[in-house]
Design a protein around this ligand. Structure first.
Ligand code: GLY
Length: 309
């Protein structure tokens, strides 16, 4: 049975100087994930591991290195879903969690619920043995600097992150989708959300159907980009529904991204189908992404063109 993996590190206006770290960060998640898939690991295991690697990398806006909200807090969202039984887990607005995607998987496996938020999610983490870290373990100097710039009056950062103006600011939800050797699919997504968000704001990455979806009858998808647009068009499910009607991941992804025109949405989407095909599509200037399939091997890109790692 063919297998496939795709990972992303955000769709946004990645500045020239950040292209290489994004590319390297993608390779760091893609290669071990592909090795695991090829040696028989489940799609669910592989997408969690790949997203944990991306959460640990401060290049990306997830886990360590995530954006600060207006209250100077790191508040994180994540979700994970598997396509055999359609089981899903998600956490929103959590703090002091090093790997929100692993907490989302605990919600999937150890609770009767799909989505947990705030203190209830923190208590659930502690009760199941997940150690809470300190806020400062997630905070990096770049993000503190951006927070202070916003406080100094650069209050249009969020919109400009997705436009073509040259910027030195940062946005970068992370995600992974996989099809394993048994034909099962899974998807996972994790983010620090948007720069300068209101405390309590939750984006697409915590929402099944918008940020993440997986169904063994069609495939798996993970979104990245401006969450308020993605949420309204349920972007991941839009891609899945098109694969269910017979489109390839590439065509399904393009069609799903076009639905964002109604809300002027800016985003990217990675998709795999259950036959081992993978694709990444975006309507932002750049998107950090990598795909691995049996027929095409490994491909990585931040600009339009993808090349071998
Ligand atoms: N796509 C991540 C967010 O908007 O929170």
């Amino acid at each position: 049975m063919p297998c496939a993996l795709a990972v992303h590190g955000g769709a946004w206006n990645v500045p020239d100087g950040d292209v290489d770290p994004h590319r390297e960060g993608i390779i760091e998640a893609l290669k071990p994930g592909w090795d695991l898939l090829r040696s028989g690991s489940s799609a669910l295991e592989v997408v969690e591991r790949a997203v944990c690697t991306l959460e640990d990398n401060p290049t990306f806006n997830a886990g360590h290195g995530a954006h600060l909200n207006q209250a100077r807090e790191v508040q994180l969202d994540a979700s994970i879903m598997e396509g055999e039984k359609l089981e899903a887990g998600a956490v929103a607005a959590v703090q002091r969690i090093r790997h929100p995607v692993s907490l989302a998987r605990m919600v999937l496996e150890l609770s009767p619920h799909v989505l947990m938020v705030g203190d209830g999610a923190h208590n659930f983490a502690s009760e199941h043995g997940m150690e809470l870290c300190r806020q400062r373990d997630l905070l990096i100097g770049r993000e503190l600097d951006r927070y202070l710039r916003v406080r100094d009056g650069e209050d249009d950062l969020v919109i400009r992150e997705f436009d073509k103006d040259p910027l030195d600011i940062h946005f970068g939800t992370v995600g992974a989708v996989a099809c394993d050797s048994k034909g099962h699919v899974a998807a996972a997504t994790s983010t620090g959300g948007t720069q300068d968000k209101l405390p309590g704001r939750v984006g697409d990455s915590a929402v099944i159907g918008a940020g993440t979806y997986a169904d063994d009858r069609s495939g798996a998808a993970s979104s990245t980009g401006w969450g308020e647009g993605i949420l309204r068009m349920t972007l991941a499910k839009a891609g899945i529904d098109r694969m269910a009607s017979g489109m390839s991941p590439g065509r399904a992804g393009q069609a799903a991204i076009r639905t964002l025109n109604r809300v002027q949405g800016k985003a990217g989407l990675i998709l795999v189908d259950c036959r081992g095909h993978a694709s990444a599509v975006f309507n932002t200037p750049r998107m950090a992404r990598g795909i691995a399939t049996l027929d095409r091997g490994l491909l990585v890109g931040v600009d339009r063109r993808m090349t071998r790692p």
